[in-house]
Structure formats: structure tokens, C-alpha cells
Design a protein around this ligand. Sequence first.
Ligand code: HEC
Length: 103
Amino acid sequence: MNKLTLSALVAALALIAAPTYAADVAAGKKIAEGSCADCHGDDGKGDDENPAIAGMAVDKFTKAMTAYQDGTNTKDATMAKAAKKLSAAQVADVAAYYASLPK
Ligand code: HEC
């Protein structure tokens, strides 16, 4: 594959992957403070029992949340419960919020 084809492909993929919903960081912060900070910490840096999620890329974050929601990831029941409370739009909001935090 030549370079031009590759960059065209990457551009096309970026378009497909672009969320149709404009994520709201402020709304995500509210959800995070109410439902996630107890375990993941106010700064999203986690602790011995809970992973750090601050600075996580939006797509990775969204994939992780989807895995808890659809039952692909059953490692942590309370985490799954927290994920299942959120709509897709709310997941996009918290994803944008945590992605905006420093690692
Ligand atoms: C009861 C504690 C608890 C709460 C509340 C909680 N989490 Fe978690 N979360 C965990 C634990 C424990 C894990 C690791 C589980 C595992 O190994 O799959 C985790 C994993 C994650 C991951 C995957 C991290 C990775 O590196 O793959 C994300 C993303 C996440 N949580 C986001 C959230 C969000 C967003 C909220 C709020 C809506 C939330 N969590 C609420 C305990 C919690």
C-alpha cells in the first residue's frame, strides 16, 4: 500500500469513528464526581484496588465501558453496575472528561 492510500484510509477511518454525539466534558465531570470518584479518585488516578483512568484515550475508555455494559467484562461486578447506569451519551461525556485529565 502506498503512502497516499494509507493516509486516505486513515482519514476515512477517522471519519467513521467520529462520534455523532458531541461529548460534554462538564456533564461528564458531574457524572464522574457522583458515580466514579469514590473508587477511581477525584483525580481519576485510582489506588491499589481501582485502576487509574485519568488521561485514558476516549476510544479505549469507551471500549472498556461498553465491555462492562454488554457483559464482556465481568471482572468487577460493582464496576459493571456503575457502567450499566450510563447511557451511550453519558459514557461519551465521562470519557471526554477523563481524557481531559492529566495522567
Ligand atoms: C465500586 C468501585 C467503582 C466504581 C463506583 C467505578 N469503578 Fe470503574 N473500575 C473499578 C474497578 C475495580 C475496575 C477494574 C476492573 C477490571 O479489572 O475490569 C474499574 C475499571 C474501570 C475502567 C477500565 C480501566 C481500564 O484500564 O481498562 C474504566 C474506563 C472505568 N472503570 C470507568 C469508570 C467510570 C466512568 C465510573 C463511573 C460511572 C466508574 N468506573 C465507577 C471500580 C469502580
